[in-house]
Structures are given as structure tokens and as C-alpha cells.
Design a protein around this ligand. Structure first.
Ligand SMILES: NC(=O)c1ccc[n+]([C@@H]2O[C@H](COP(=O)([O-])OP(=O)(O)OC[C@H]3O[C@@H](n4cnc5c(N)ncnc54)[C@H](O)[C@@H]3O)[C@@H](O)[C@H]2O)c1
Length: 355
């Protein structure tokens, strides 16, 4: 199949492309605007692979998107391009509305125009997979049942509101125009190549460098944690076997509080590289909470597991050990990112650690 994938130089998109090239015969056209979050290094192995083509383009550019569909004739779309960092959405929501809402609309319209002109067999086989987050469902209390495919939307941050809007557009294009869209909502991802502004890399690098580990509030905010390679495998199952109009709630069944996550990182680093000054937990500092910080997100993935024959292979401790070891082995990458592309205002120094 020819897959048009957006955001393929990002954290999850690059994992999906590596998975596609290693495990399948599919071809990938990767549309990426190359924002601060993009990393071509994450696709080093795809650089000389004739099955991968990177096109630098903005999904909100309607003419460019129309031309790309006509030129590359995709059988599938996997839409991952987004502004994805909650703290940045609080500081400046405009880019989130532009890319996540307007960009998704433009891409849906380009896909619809192209799809309408396909011969009947290719039109029937076409799929548009919109990749989204569990944050659209709002926050859970300690004893609430986990989110499922049918949980009502209740987004609370500019990021989650913009993702909720795009989920609604994808479903509306299915119901109104018959465009075969699918939506997946997924828990927090972690793993190699995650930009060093998100919880696990922020804390890993600060702990490694002996800096303070700021934790929002009392650290009790709880998230389910999915290893990015497991997510990539699930997304490929969705695009190969998913049903048009369906929603897939993807989770790992690995809920951990932020404080548990920070402690687990300290413990793994202490085992790998003991700090002569003492256990790294001494560096933990509780700081003022993020505005509107959702208490708990958790997904019940039972239906998706049954529908796709997929469960997340990694438990949190195994995936975390692989992730931390990867950051230890890729110092040149994250030092380069910090030096050249990152303004530094959100590196876990002045702000708390939250996913
Ligand atoms: N990271 C998570 O934990 C998580 C969890 C659930 C869902 N998601 C969703 O998965 C998707 C990918 O997340 P990620 O963590 O890989 O994000 P990321 O921020 O690491 O990567 C986003 C990529 O999209 C590209 N991009 C941004 N704006 C663009 C535009 N206008 N046109 C073209 N490309 C553009 C960026 O250059 C970057 O390569 C997002 O839709 C996100 O909402 C992420």
C-alpha cells in the first residue's frame, strides 16, 4: 500500500515509519512541516530507502495537499501531524488551532476531493486514520471507570480542545460525506526520540545532570504509559484492519502517578550510573501545579485489543529501562536538540514535570 503519513519526523510518526519499513512492504510519503519537534535523525535508516519519501509541507496549505494527493495516489492516510505539547498550548494556543484544527480540516478536504475521483474499488479500500489522544475525554477522579470509545468528550486544555475538534471533523467527514475515516485515542507515549520537553526525557536528563527534578503539585496526577513502538504497531494494525467509522481506544494498562514515574527514572539511573552524591530522589522538588492540570487519564483498551488482536507487549518498567538506556546512548542527539533548536524555557528547570 501507499501510505501518506503526516508528522512522520515527530516522536510517534517516526516510530510508525520505522515500523512500516522494518515490518511491512508498504511505501510511505511523509508530509512534515519540520517544526521544532521534528527530527530527521529519527529517520536515518529511512534516508536511503526508496519506500520512504519526505516532503516538507504544511498540512494547512490546501494547494500543496491537493497536489500531493494527486501526485502520490495514496491508498491510506495516517494523520499524526500536530502541535502536541500541553504547556506550549497554554502559552500560545494559536499554532494549535491552526495546525490541529485548520490543518486537519484542510487535509480531510484534500483527501475527500481525491477519494471522490478514485475508481470504485480503490475508493472502497481507501482509509483516513486520524491519530488522537485520550486527553479529549477530560479528567477522571480516582475511582472513575477508565475511558472507552464511547466516553463523552470534555477537553480542558487548548491542546486537548484542538484535538477534540479535529476528532469531530474526522467523524463528521465519515457521516456526512462517507469518507472512510477512523479515529484512535491513545494514552501517553514514551520511548526513544521523544523531544526533551516531555516528562520522561525532561526528568531523565535533569537527573543525569544532577539538576532539580520539579514535579507539578504533589505528583499524584496519574497517566497510563504506552511504549511508542507498541503504539506504532497498534496504529499499523488500525490502518490495515480497522473498520471505517470506528474508534480505537489504545492503552497499555500501565497507570503510574507522575511521582512514581520520576522515582522509577531515579532508581534506574542509580542502578546504571550511581551518583556519588547519593540517590537521585533527593533532587525531587514539588512546584506549583500547571493551570487546569487534569488529575487522571486512563483508557480501557479491551475493545481495541479484541478487535485488532493486539495488546501492548511492554510493561512500564521494561519500556522505561529501554528508554533511559536509549537517552544514555544518544547524548549527541539530545545535546544537539537543546543547543540548536530549543529556546530552553520549558526544560524542566523553571517549570514542573507533567506529561
Ligand atoms: N505523544 C503522546 O504521548 C501522544 C499521545 C496520544 C496521541 N498523540 C498524538 O499523536 C500525534 C503525534 O504526536 P507526537 O508526540 O509524535 O508529536 P510531535 O510533536 O513529536 O511531532 C509532531 C510532528 O508534526 C509535524 N507538524 C507539526 N505541525 C505541522 C504542520 N502544520 N504540517 C505538517 N507537519 C506538522 C512536526 O514537525 C512534527 O514532526 C499527534 O497528533 C498527537 O496529538 C500523542
Amino acid at each position: 500500500m501507499r501510505i501518506l503519513l503526516t508528522g512522520g519526523c515527530g516522536f510517534i510518526g517516526s516510530a510508525v515509519i520505522r515500523h512500516l519499513l522494518r515490518q511491512t512492504e508498504h511505501r510511505v510519503v511523509n508530509i512534515d512541516k519540520m517544526t521544532y519537534a521534528a527530527s530527521e535523525e529519527a529517520l536515518e535508516e529511512a534516508r536511503h530507502d526508496p519506500r520512504h519519501l519526505l516532503i516538507r509541507a504544511d498540512i494547512a496549505d490546501a494547494a500543496a495537499m491537493r497536489e500531493i494527493f494527486v501526485t502520490h495516489q495514496p491508498d491510506r492516510v495516517m494523520h499524526l501531524a500536530a502541535e502536541s505539547h500541553v504547556d506550549r498550548s497554554i502559552d500560545g494556543p494559536g499554532d494549535f488551532i491552526r495546525t490541529n484544527v485548520l490543518g486537519s480540516f484542510v487535509l480531510l478536504e484534500a483527501a475527500r476531493g481525491y477519494w471522490a475521483g478514485l475508481p470504485a474499488d480503490r475508493r472502497a479500500a481507501f482509509r483516513f486514520h486520524h491519530v488522537s489522544t485520550d486527553e479529549v475525554f477530560g479528567a477522571l477522579g480516582p475511582d472513575d471507570p477508565a475511558f472507552t470509545e464511547t466516553t463523552a468528550y470534555d477537553p480542558r486544555s487548548p491542546y486537548s480542545a484542538s484535538k477534540a475538534a479535529s476528532d469531530h471533523l474526522a467523524r463528521a467527514w465519515f457521516h456526512t460525506y462517507g469518507l472512510p475515516t477512523l479515529v484512535s485515542n491513545t494514552v501517553n507515549n514514551y520511548g526513544p526520540w521523544q523531544f526533551p520537553e516531555k516528562l520522561i526525557p525532561v526528568v531523565t536528563l535533569a537527573a543525569l545532570e544532577g539538576r532539580e527534578l520539579p514535579v507539578y503539585g504533589d505528583g499524584s496526577n496519574l497517566r497510563d504509559w504506552l511504549f511508542v513502538e507498541d503504539h506504532a504497531a497498534a496504529l499499523v494494525r488500525v490502518i490495515e484492519h480497522g473498520a471505517p467509522g470506528a474508534t480505537y481506544a489504545i492503552g497499555a494498562r500501565q497507570p503510574r502517578s507522575n511521582l512514581d514515574v520520576v522515582r522509577a527514572i531515579c532508581a534506574h539511573l542509580d542502578r546504571r550510573l550511581p551518583d556519588p552524591a547519593g540517590p537521585r530522589e533527593r533532587l525531587i522538588r514539588f512546584v506549583a501545579d500547571r493551570p487546569g492540570h487534569d488529575f487522571r487519564y486512563e483508557i480501557d483498551p479491551s475493545r481495541t485489543e479484541a478487535a485488532l488482536g493486539w495488546t501492548a507487549p511492554h510493561d512500564f518498567e521494561t519500556g522505561l529501562a529501554r528508554t533511559i538506556d536509549w537517552y544514555l546512548d544518544h547524548r549527541a542527539w539530545w545535546e544537539g536538540v537543546r543547543a540548536s533548536r530549543y529556546a530552553g524555557q520549558r526544560l524542566g528547570v523553571t517549570t514542573g514535570a507533567a506529561a
